[in-house]
Design a protein around this ligand. Structure first.
Ligand code: SF4
Length: 374
């Protein structure tokens, strides 16, 4: 965890999703959702493995039918992060997902078709010690609430809040409180005011997200504005960045967001210059290759990729290690001081080799800090 002196986190209850605790003072977890067919175990596991490598804390899969619910068991055997089953309407699928080992389910009890069905889902959740996320979307609010309060807007989020609390009450009525809540909207301002209001009305942990946020740029900006404001106000216990992209990018954006607020750090931070007329190399490709590589690292290093040998090392003095490309030559620098000069062809290989060494040193240092020699 990084420092949180500036942010006073709102106090929420703690729930347990598999090995990951959500709420209270627990780290704000980063989630994603697979976009494979859940029944295709190979593809789904492969995607979850990539998400795990990117640091994803919890993964959600869509459960559309009984085969998908059964696939959960086979998927679970091969992954190491908690898995949440996303179910709509069908209480039998919710129960099947839990029986097959889901660590959590997302379902709205109001959609299950009656109290007896809610009771059965809750009984299974209690038996398997599985929490439930009540996830309300602007687009799926009950008609009576829309009629009473109108469609949610930044000024009036009452329908969203009421819908979420109504669903929560249905679970509480069954003596169930292992709950987290989300109230998603595709509108940034509605998301902000909705969650602010919700946080005043509940102490269940909150799952943050902007729904249908868009592609990489629009989705990142919308999510960062909404979630950044909420997190800086201490609201939110877990999050998902929704992007119309490879879900690995959702995780990358999630961690960058937490890092930028100094809430949580994972792996190196990339510093790269915007390039200017002095750049004589293909810096975009170099930065991309380095960025891809450091995704696999865990040490919280500052890594720089700079466009010119003359100003690069000085401009990135704060970097633990950096690379600067010139005309035919490249240099590798540490803390602003030149460490090695190599040809441009060798640059990437030598640089990656040194990154690997630093990662190993960091890992060993962390290990001996955890288990000091007696
Ligand atoms: S490091 Fe060099 S190339 Fe990059 S912006 Fe600065 S002066 Fe330009």
């Amino acid at each position: 965890m990084g420092s949180q002196e500036m942010i006073v986190r709102k106090k929420t209850r703690v729930i347990q999703v598999g090995a990951v605790a959500i709420g209270g003072e627990r780290p704000i977890s980063v989630q994603s959702m697979t976009n494979t067919d859940t029944r295709d175990v190979e593809q789904t596991v492969a995607q979850i493995k990539r998400l795990e490598a990117a640091g994803c804390d919890i993964v959600r899969v869509a459960v559309l039918d009984g085969d998908a619910a059964e696939a959960i068991r086979k998927i679970q055997e091969r992954i190491s992060i908690p898995l949440i089953g996303d179910i709509h309407f069908d209480y039998r699928l919710a129960i099947a997902a839990m029986e097959n080992g889901a660590d959590g389910i997302r379902i709205n009890p109001g959609n299950l078709g009656g109290e007896d069905k809610i009771a059965r889902v809750v009984a299974a959740a209690k038996l398997h010690k599985v929490p439930i996320r009540v996830g309300v979307n602007s687009g799926s609010i009950e008609k009576d609430l829309l009629k009473k309060y109108g469609y949610p807007t930044p000024e009036n989020t009452q329908a969203l809040i009421e819908s979420a609390l109504r669903n929560v009450r249905l679970l509480e009525k069954q003596g169930f409180e292992e709950i987290k809540i989300s109230i998603k909207s595709s509108d940034v301002l509605t998301t902000i005011s909705g969650y602010q209001r919700l946080a005043e009305n509940t102490d269940y942990p909150l799952h943050l997200g902007v729904t249908e946020a868009g592609g990489l740029i629009a989705g990142t900006v919308k999510s960062s504005v909404a979630l950044g404001i909420l997190l800086s106000q201490g609201i939110g216990d877990t999050l998902r960045i929704s992007l119309t992209r490879d879900p690995v990018d959702e995780v990358r954006v999630g961690f960058e967001l937490l890092r930028s607020l100094k809430i949580r750090e994972r792996g190196p931070e990339l510093i790269s210059c915007p390039t200017c007329g002095r750049t004589r190399i293909d810096l975009f490709s170099l930065a991309e290759a380095v960025e891809r590589y450091i995704q696999t690292m865990e040490s919280p290093l500052k890594v720089a990729v700079m466009g010119c040998v003359v100003n690069g090392p000085g401009e990135a003095k704060q970097a633990d290690i950096g690379v600067a490309g010139g005309n035919g030559v490249g240099i590798i620098f540490k803390k602003g001081v030149i460490w090695k000069k190599v040809t441009e062809e060798e640059l990437l290989e030598v640089f990656m080799g040194e990154l690997k060494k630093m990662e190993e040193e960091g890992r060993n240092a962390r290990k001996s800090a955890e288990n000091p020699a007696r």
